[in-house]
Design a protein around this ligand. Sequence first.
Ligand SMILES: *Cc1c(COP(=O)(O)O)cnc(C)c1O
Length: 416
Amino acid sequence: MDDTPFWTLDTRLIHGQGEPHLEDGDLVPPVSFSSAFEHPTAERLEEIFAGKQTGYLYSRLQNPTVDRLEKRITAACGGRGALAMASGMSAITLGLLGLLKAGDEIITGRHLFGGTFTLLDKTLPPLGITTRFVEAQTPAQAETVAGPATRLVLLEAIANPALTVPDFAAWRKFCDERGLPLLVDATFLTPVLLDNQIVQADVVFFSTTKFFSGAATTLGGIVVDMGRMNWETRKDPGLADFRKAKEGAYLAKLRRRLMMDIGPALSPMSAFLQLIGMETLPLRLERQCANALAAARHLAAHPKVKSVVYPGLPGHPSHALAAQQFQGRFGSMLAFTLPDKAACFRFLNALKLARRSTNLGDTKTLALHPASTIYGGYWPHELEQVGVSEGMIRFSLGIESPQDILADLDQALEHV
Ligand SMILES: *Cc1c(COP(=O)(O)O)cnc(C)c1O
C-alpha cells in the first residue's frame, strides 16, 4: 500500500487503493458464501474473538466479499472506514443509533426520503429519540430549535423529492459551534459528486441499492466514517466501550455492537454485484446527469408542464449552492408538475421507454407519482412538509440515448 500512488476517484472505484491480487489470478472477486469461518487453532479463534488478531469469524460481523466492498468504498471516499449493510435504511438506522440514546434530539431537513422521514417521525419517537424538522438550505431555522438535547445533524445532500441542497459550509459551522457530528445521506451524490472538502461530513450514508448496484440488482447501504471526527474523545452513548478502536470508535461500535445485536448484514452476492456495479459509476453518472439536465430544460419549455424541479435549472432555489458544491453537476433526479393526479396517471401510463418504478440511480429511466406511492397514506400537511404535491411526477434519468428519452416525454405528454 505504501508505495501505491493515491489514485484519482475513477481509478479507486475500480481498484480501491490497491486491492490484493487473488491467488488463482481471478480478475473478478470471488463471492464468499460462507456464513462462518474456521481457524487452525483454538488459540487463534480466541485471539480473533478478542480482537487481538484480524480474521473472519462469522458473516454477520465481517465477510471477505463484503469487506472488499467496504474497503473499496472507503478508498473511493477517502474515508477512515465503512460498514456495509443490507439496505440504505438499515445503514441510516444503525448509523443514527450508534450516537443516540433516549432523550436525545436529531436536527434534520424537512424534505427527506420517505423511509428516513418515517424512521425519524414514527419509529424512533417511541424509543425516546425525537427529531426537529427544519428548512435545510441554511441552518437559520435550526439555530432556533437547537438545544441541550440536540445530539447530531442529519442532512440529505440533495433532498428527495424537492431536490433542495444544504449550504454545507454554514451547516459545518453550525455543528462545530455546538460540537455536533454532521451525518449526510449522499445517496444522490455518490462518491463521484461528493467532495468532502466542501461537504465536510463526519459520516456519510449511501444507499448502494441505487447508483452502486447501478442496474437495480440488489439492496444495500453503507455507513462511511469520513475520518474528520476523533470519536475516541467523544461522549456519545456507548462509544466508551470501544475506546480500543481509538478515533475509529464509532464504526467499531456499529460493527461490534449494533450489527452484532441487530444483524442487517449485507449478502456477499449483493456485495459482489455492487463491486461490479461501482466500477462503471462515473461513466453512468455523467450520462445520467447530462440526461437529467437535457430533460429538465426540455420539460421547462413544454407548454403542458406547469413547473420543473431540478437544481441544474437557474430558477431552482438551490441552483447556486448545487453548482458550487457538486462540481458543476446536478444529479440524475428531477421532478415536474402537471395539473393534477389524473394528468400524472395519464402521462405515466403513456410512457413507452421510461419504466414506472420507485427506484432511482438505475441505468433505466424511471418515473413515479410520489404522492400515491412512496408518500401514499401521508396526511396533506405531511405531503406539504416533505415537498410533494398531487400533480408531481418524479423522474430518475437512466443512461439511454437522450433523444429517445425526450421523444418518450413528448409522446406521453400528448396524453395529458
Ligand atoms: C433509497 C434511499 C434510501 C434508502 O435506501 P434503501 O437501500 O432503499 O433502504 C435512503 N436515502 C435515500 C436518499 C434514498 O434514495
